[in-house]
Design a protein around this ligand. Structure first.
Ligand code: HEM
Length: 496
């Protein structure tokens, strides 16, 4: 017993004390600076204080009603005040600590390029959660939205039209102020449930309600990530999250089971679940097939990654169009010219060029995925610096998207035309400076699907309604995993 206790003590001492101290010294020796951490919180206290001050300042200023012209897109120091501050003293590459876990912060596209080009796939991966390698399955994006398979797009029209009909009813009953964020998030959830899993609204919404509840629970309890025994600090919240997680797994397992029972070997259903399951059935080789557990995890990633990000891209677009009526009109004219007045011919969506610029500019200013993450799986050399094996890497996408050094003096302005002659990088001086969908082999697999959904839903919205900002809107972008408007997005919606 004594031996066991001694072993446990040594193990804890090593993991939470000796190992982090060694890592700290090694990182310092390797030339990385950064804010000084303390045990056991690392830099968490400073981050929390900085966030708290920010919210207080924000509340003071948001008590003023927001006129269109007062919506500032200079948001880096609002959403990541601690990074904005540390950048001033430590530059665009430094180490900070969450508890006893070191994180390499990167907001320098050149460093990112050098690091990525010197790194072989196996030298880094996603920290813990994203374990399965999807690349062989999806290649450059979801296969079913390439070519001329428009079945997915047609599945998007019905939920979007239902939402717009609901808006008409609200407006007719004298309520033209609509929280479009809530509305769009529900609709995008319905769309991903149908297009990816062939799910009815009822089944889909059950999963979403639970995922959302889990997100809120985890976000509230997980603020001490990296701190030894942090799970014990909020036992109730952790139990709650665990219970929700189990319920979600059960729901998804029953969906997978039902699909297995009705599996058609001749022509398997071509939605995402079909594709994932086909991988399992067709490819029996070790390491490639997905266990039921892995299938459930994949489904969760798609459910989660697929709906909130797209919904937020559309939400922020409506804010920017409401404050730039001239762009609203330009897009309406383009829709008339390219699509016409009738039903959407999906093959014509690629002709909506200006809409593509607007989407990119929105993803630049309000990137729904505010950061990308990696973890070094072995020592990585960048020039004469060495990133030690195990170091977490945190890439500040918002920071790079708002950096005047690579975008120029108009960096905080909404100027979709910057993508006119350079539709991939918007004239950014560095190719790694615009990363709304991540980068390298781990880039978002849903980007084709999302572009289609964005264009279908925005076309439907703009042909029926005009949007202006509501006096009750207060501009407060904030991070709850994704970048979202803290108080929703109330807009005044008027039928055309
Ligand atoms: C505007 C919409 C979207 C944005 C901004 C977005 C952004 C991202 C980002 C930044 C990543 C991480 C990439 C990296 O680490 O390099 C990612 C990964 C992923 N996204 Fe998206 N995404 C969007 C829509 C979608 C949709 C519609 C789906 C599914 C249908 C989807 C599925 C995924 C999946 C499965 C991954 C994990 C890929 C992997 O680890 O291999 N995303 N996304």
């Amino acid at each position: 017993m004594l031996g066991f206790l001694l072993y446990l003590f040594m193990k804890l001492l090593f993991s939470f004390w000796i190992h982090p101290i060694r890592a700290y010294r090694k990182l310092k020796k390797n030339g990385f600076g950064g804010p000084t951490p303390s045990f056991p919180l690392g830099n968490i206290r400073e981050m929390k204080n900085s966030m708290k001050n920010n919210i207080i300042n924000n509340n003071d200023s948001s008590s003023l009603s927001v006129a269109s012209s007062a919506v500032s897109h200079d948001i880096h120091s609002t959403v990541f005040p601690y990074f904005a501050r540390w950048q001033k003293s430590h530059g665009k590459v430094f180490i900070y600590w969450l508890g006893t876990e070191p994180f390499l912060y990167i907001a320098d596209p050149e460093f990112l390029k050098e690091m990525s080009s010197g790194v072989l796939g196996k030298s880094w991966g996603k920290p813990n959660v994203f374990k399965h390698d999807r690349e062989p399955m999806f290649g450059n994006g979801l296969v079913m939205v390439e070519g001329d398979d428009w079945a997915m797009a047609s599945l998007m029209v019905e939920p979007a039209t239902k939402m717009l009909d609901r808006w008409t009813t609200l407006i007719n009953s004298g309520k033209p102020e609509i929280d479009v964020e809530r509305e769009i998030t529900t609709t995008a959830g319905e769309i991903i449930a149908r297009t990816s899993f062939g799910l009815s609204y009822q089944n889909g919404s059950k999963v979403f309600e639970k995922l959302r509840a889990m997100q809120i629970t985890l976000f509230n309890s997980n603020r001490y990530v990296g701190v030894p025994f942090s799970k014990l600090m909020c036992p109730k919240k952790n139990l709650e999250a665990k219970k929700l997680g189990k319920e979600i797994d059960q729901l998804l397992l029953s969906i997978i089971d039902a699909r297995k029972k009705s599996w058609d070997y001749e022509s398997p259903q071509k939605d995402l679940l079909g594709l994932l399951m086909e991988g399992k059935q067709v490819d029996g080789r070790a390491g490639k097939s997905l266990t039921a557990r892995e299938l459930v995890d994949e489904c969760k990633t798609f459910f989660f990654g697929g709906h909130e990000t797209t919904a937020l891209a559309l939400t922020w677009t409506l804010l920017l169009l409401a404050t730039h009526p001239n762009w609203q009109n330009q897009l309406r004219d383009e829709i008339k010219e390219v699509i016409g007045d009738g039903e959407i011919d999906f093959a014509k969506l690629s002709g909506l060029k200006k809409m593509g610029w607007v989407m990119n500019e929105v993803l630049r200013l309000y990137s729904p995925a505010p950061n990308a993450q990696r973890q070094a799986r072995e020592d990585i050399k960048v020039d004469d610096l060495v990133i030690p094996n195990g170091t977490n890497i945190w890439i500040d996408v918002v920071g790079m998207h708002h950096d005047p050094a690579i975008w120029g003096d108009d960096v905080f302005e909404f100027r979709p035309e910057r993508f006119k002659d350079d539709h991939l990088y918007g004239g950014c001086k560095h190719k790694m400076g615009f990363l709304p969908f991540g980068f390298g082999g781990r880039m978002c697999v849903g980007r084709n699907l999302t572009t289609m959904e964005y264009k279908v839903v925005l076309t439907l919205m703009l042909t029926r309604f005009s949007f202006s900002i509501s006096p009750s809107y207060s501009h407060s972008p904030s991070i709850l995993l994704s970048l979202r408007p803290r108080h929703g997005l109330p807009l005044i919606v008027q039928p055309l």
